[in-house]
Write a protein that binds this ligand. Structure first.
Ligand SMILES: [Zn+2]
Length: 93
């Protein structure tokens, strides 16, 4: 039987989801919305491990810090900001 994996060779199951026990896969990306008051920042294409079952995303500390610091800055600029993760300045932890 040919599995779907053949098309996704970079995807590996790297752990178990804390929430549902499903497989966490690496080399995925996710979109993260942040709402502060009436303002919204959406960060797209964030590298993450994503649960194949429930879709919960797990970020590394570096990625998480980079997103958090960018959101802190962007939330004050516009009511709605949509940004791609690759446009953000990386924060080293
Ligand atoms: Zn899950």
């Amino acid at each position: 039987m040919i599995t779907e994996r053949a098309n996704q060779e970079r995807t590996e199951v790297v752990g178990t989801c804390y929430f549902c026990g499903g497989p966490r896969e690496e080399n995925k990306t996710t979109t993260l919305p942040f709402v502060v008051g009436e303002r919204l920042v959406i960060v797209k294409d964030v590298p993450a491990e994503v649960c194949a079952q429930c879709g919960e995303a797990y970020l590394t500390t570096e990625v998480s810090e980079t997103v958090t610091s960018a959101v802190r800055e962007l939330i004050n600029k516009n009511e709605l900001t949509v940004v791609n993760f690759s446009e953000l300045v990386p924060v080293s932890v």
